[in-house]
Every structure is written in C-alpha cells, then in structure tokens.
Design a protein around this ligand. Structure first.
Ligand SMILES: [Fe+2]
Ligand SMILES: [Fe+2]
Length: 271
C-alpha cells in the first residue's frame, strides 16, 4: 500500500495548494490512502464544514485535527456525523467526535487512523500513550487494520520520537504535526514503523509558521500585541511524508519526505 500524509493545512494558501496538487500526486504515485491534518485550514483557526469538504474532495480519505480542533464552533456538531474527521483521542472524555477510526480507502484497504495530542508545551490533555495503545489494541495491524497511521500533534520532537519507539512494530507510520516545520529525520525504525518527527505544513513558507511575519516579529520584539495574526497567502509548499507498506504485515518498506511547490526545497516520493 502507498500512503500519503500531509501536515497542517494553513489558510487559503494551504487549501488551494492541496486542491491544485493533491489529485496529481495521488494519480502519479498511486496512493491508496491520504491523511491530511486540517487544524488550521480555516484562516489558521480550525476547520469549517465546507473547508473539510474541500479537503475530502481533493483526495483526503481522513482529516485529523489538533489543539485548534474547536476554533470553529460548528466543528463541535458536524464532527459527530463525519466518521473520517478525527480529533485528538486524548481530549476530555466529554469531547464530541472520535480520535480513531478504521477507514476504507479507495482500493478497499482498511486503515486505522489515530490522532493524539502531546503534553509537552501543550495545554493539558489525558495521557496520549495509553490512549493510542488502547486504540491499536482494539484494531491490530495485520489483523483488522491493513495499515495504521498515527498523527501525534505536539510541540516537542522528543515526545513524537518516543511515541515512534513505543509503537515500533505495531503501526505503519507515526508522524508529528503542529510545529509546521518539516523535520529531516524520516526513517524506518528497527521493527518496521516509519517515523517522522514533524510533517511540516501545507502553507506559505514566506511567513512565520504560516502567519504574515510582521505581527509575530512585533510580539517577539516588544511583547505587546499590535494586531491579529494574518495567514500568509503566497504559494503553498505541500509538506508531508509518503510511505509504502508490506501488504502482508502492514509495516513500512519505504519512507520519503514530500515537499511540493512554494518556497521550500522540493522532495518527491522515491517509489
Ligand atoms: Fe497547526
Ligand atoms: Fe496545533
């Protein structure tokens, strides 16, 4: 199986980049399943129902969220009727929606997608390790699930690497989101789990993590807010990671960082 994961879609730039380029990537590389983190797709803050529909129409089989999950209030209701939209599994027990689901891809593969949020430099949430463990135990790789993708949304790359080692041999891919900056550590761990500490964002990199640089720079220089954060609207780089799995085990055989369009150096799948 060939799987593509794209990091946090940032505003209109990110949405347009996904709509313009994802269908061609799916066609050219034969992806069987695509997951996109959509937590910043709507003006940097959350994901409206219509922008969620846009990501699905472009080719996302599942969409994950993060700490911005509820920035758009309507997400609290429409998430209940969208089984392919996931919010972190370790949110408060009363949170609407779900944090994991077994989803069928375009070629009939069953992929367990899990979204979790970390606890280092993040608002308090329940233990992500135990929550992910329970989801995977209920739907093991190579049994109910043909592949397992874990989007671990957090600030600290150490926490994501720890999740990778925790799940080594039990998930196809563990990938970080949230920092918006792609890391250069994509590899396959010794028991077959692909790991990348942050997928990066789908957005305009002539910016500070997708925001026009003026206001973040002002706040760093003065400590005083002087306006709102405005999503940068130049051409997006689509950032993420592609893997190919062994059909028998669901474990990773190949991993490639992906960076397409915009300001960053380009990288395409190697299969
Ligand atoms: Fe984000
Ligand atoms: Fe985030």
């Amino acid at each position: 199986m060939r799987l593509l994961f794209l990091g946090d879609v940032m505003g209109r730039s990110g949405r347009d980049g996904v709509s313009e380029r994802l269908p061609g990537l799916i066609r050219d590389y034969g992806f069987d399943f695509v997951v996109i983190n959509g937590e910043n797709a709507s003006h940097g803050r959350g994901l409206t129902e219509s922008h969620y529909a846009d990501l699905r129409a472009a080719g996302a089989d599942a969409v994950t969220l993060g700490d911005h999950a509820w920035d758009q209030r309507d997400t609290l209701t429409y998430i209940e009727r969208e089984p392919t939209l996931l919010r972190p599994i370790n949110f408060h027990p009363t949170a609407p929606g779900r944090g994991a689901n077994l989803i069928e891809g375009r070629n009939g593969h069953r992929v367990l997608v899990v979204n979790a949020q970390g606890r280092v430099f993040m608002d308090p949430v329940d233990d992500p390790f135990r929550a992910v463990e329970a989801a995977i135990a209920a739907c093991p790789l190579g049994e109910q699930a043909d592949a397992i993708i874990v989007d671990f949304h957090t600030e600290a790359t150490s926490e994501i690497q720890a999740m990778g080692f925790f799940l080594d041999g039990r998930a196809s891919l563990v990938v970080g989101t949230h920092t918006h900056i792609p890391t250069a550590d994509a590899r396959i761990l010794k028991s077959g789990t692909a790991l990348m500490a942050d997928a990066g964002m789908c957005g305009d990199f002539n910016s500070v993590i997708g925001v026009e640089a003026d206001e973040p720079l002002n706040r760093f220089l003065t400590g005083i807010a002087n306006g709102r954060f405005t999503p940068a609207e130049g051409e997006a780089t689509l950032c993420g990671v592609a893997i190919e799995t062994d059909p028998k085990t669901g474990l990773a055989m190949n991993i490639s960082p992906v960076r397409v369009g915009g300001a960053l150096s380009q990288a395409l799948p190697t299969f």
